[in-house]
Design a protein around this ligand. Structure first.
Ligand code: HEM
Length: 477
């Protein structure tokens, strides 16, 4: 008998706990909604404090089917308006996942603020941290410095010797972990493009500091020794010191030519002759390296993985690139040449679609927002699932199939948001795309490779990648 009572008690406690978050957040809002025509999006707030975090981790980390996190909700609640309520990462949240609603959120900077709890790590005046007019101003400076008319041709010239050298050394080693090697290559390229530095002890120590900084960006901001955020803050301070010294050195030299992004940020003026302050230059250069480093290297890792899995695509890529250069290994091509490599550019688009390096981005509702009869309460997080756009069969036919030829036709409006959209669209998108195209060119004309663990599982947190880091046997063609 006792066992039955205990069982019932357990069930009741479980039920109360399960309902608790739902009551806590939703019932007061439902009363408010009675007075208006709007209602909360469908969904469930999950358990007290942790909300649906376990469910999220279940799909992203344990069963490794991240899209089922939404598929299951779609089956349960129907499609409604393309958003669900939930409680994730310690806060009540709305998840949005369709082209139209994503667009609405990403293009409404006044309604949804980009708010990063770890803003100290990126710098208070960096592009990703500022808002409103300050954001528009910083964005003009940064995008102009990156996309100056001569920038892409300079990038092509600067990164290729590094790509050629890296590929040669991979072939000499014979067996590599692509994730590790592309990370090294990506940092060397960024070192050259952003700071004019050659590979060596200086870049290695900088790399180590970034390896300490980046895990802190997604960590809980606890500034206590032993926590990732605390270590990240220390790395940030050291990076800041290094860039301040570099800035002072450059100012003393009184350089007029622009040889890297840091020069660009120091020199660029707006229409009124206004320049970035020294602090803005330092904050932006620290954060641009951080923002550009891992996504570019992960996209390269995925290119190597997907081309090994789909030899037909590699053959077509190789044919185009060999025909273009007559197969002369190590010869450099120009940024203009890259535009003419039509199939290669489709491979770039398709790799970045499937890599889903930025699975989601966050916003916070600045005020209560009504969208087509649904309410997004003030202060709630809005999680824009970019990844889901690219893996939803409604947007891309046979989405898990690596098929660059799908890009013979443009994607349906709003379905391709690998670089985000709206006011915060990634300013490094051209830079990332051209680097990937150049890597594909040199890889395809001169090398062959084979996956050592073709059935390796994919991990999705913190970034998607095959679990073995893409181990390959790598050699000259
Ligand atoms: C394949 C490579 C890349 C991917 C997939 C990617 C993805 C993204 C996405 C999705 C956003 C939007 C974030 C949001 O809306 O909150 C973004 C923003 C940003 N990205 Fe990238 N990125 C890549 C490469 C780069 C590179 C190379 C740089 C460096 C120049 C860079 C610098 C930035 C910055 C500074 C922002 C913030 C922009 C703002 O707040 O206005 N990214 N990126």
């Amino acid at each position: 008998m006792d066992a039955i009572y205990i069982g019932w008690l357990g069930l009741m406690i479980g039920f109360v706990l399960w309902c608790w978050n739902e009551c806590w957040y939703v019932i007061p809002l439902k009363f408010k909604c009675l007075k208006s025509a709007t209602k909360l999006p469908p969904g469930h707030m999950g358990l007290p404090f942790i909300g649906e975090t376990i469910r999220f981790l279940w799909y992203f980390k344990i069963v490794r089917r991240p899209d089922d996190f939404i598929n299951v909700k779609r089956r349960k609640y129907g499609d409604g308006v393309g958003m669900f309520r939930t409680h994730l990462f310690g806060a009540p949240s709305i998840i949005v996942y369709t082209p139209t609603v994503n667009k609405f959120v990403l293009f409404s900077d006044d309604k949804f603020k980009q708010e990063c709890p770890t803003v100290e790590l990126m710098g208070r005046t960096s592009l990703g941290s500022v808002h409103g007019k300050a954001h528009t101003r910083a964005r003009n400076f940064v995008t102009n410095a990156i996309n100056r008319p001569d920038a892409l041709s300079r990038i092509a010239t600067l990164v290729q010797p590094r790509i050629v050298n890296a590929l040669q050394s991979w072939a000499q080693i014979g067996k590599i972990k692509a994730k590790f090697e592309t990370q090294k290559l990506s940092f060397e390229n960024i070192g050259k493009l952003f700071m004019g530095k050659e590979p060596g002890p200086f870049l290695n120590s900088l790399d180590k500091l970034y390896q300490g900084l980046l895990p802190g960006v997604r960590a809980y901001p606890l500034n206590i020794p032993g926590f990732a955020y605390h270590h990240a803050l220390q790395c940030r301070r050291k990076l800041e010191d290094i860039f301040w010294m570099e800035l002072e050195k450059r100012k003393a030299e009184n350089k007029v030519e622009t040889s890297d992004l840091m020069d660009g940020l120091m020199q660029i003026e707006d229409g009124e002759g206004d320049k970035l302050s020294d602090k803005e230059v330092v904050d932006n250069i620290v954060s641009l390296v951080a923002a550009g480093y891992i996504p570019t290297s992960l996209a390269s890792t995925w290119a190597i993985y997907l081309l090994a899995k789909y030899p037909i695509v590699l053959t077509k890529l190789r044919e185009e690139n060999i025909a273009f250069t007559k197969g002369s290994l190590g010869d450099l091509i120009t940024a203009k040449d890259v535009l003419n490599l039509k199939y290669t550019n489709k491979v770039v688009d398709e790799v970045i679609r499937m890599a889903n390096v930025a699975a989601f981005v966050f916003r916070k509702a600045a005020n209560e927002v009504d969208y087509k009869g649904y309410k997004i309460p003030k202060g709630w997080n809005v999680i824009v699932l970019l990844r889901y756009l690219h893996t939803d069969p409604e947007n891309f036919k046979d989405p898990m199939y690596f098929n660059p030829d799908r890009w013979n036709e443009p994607a349906m409006s709003g379905t391709y948001q690998v670089f985000g959209a709206g006011q915060r669209l990634c300013p490094g998108n051209m830079l990332a795309r051209i680097q990937l195209a150049l890597l594909l060119h040199h890889l395809s004309i001169g090398y062959k490779w084979e996956l050592i663990n073709p059935n390796a599982d994919i991990v999705y947190l913190s970034h998607p990648a095959p679990v073995d880091g893409v181990e390959v046997k790598f050699s000259r063609l």
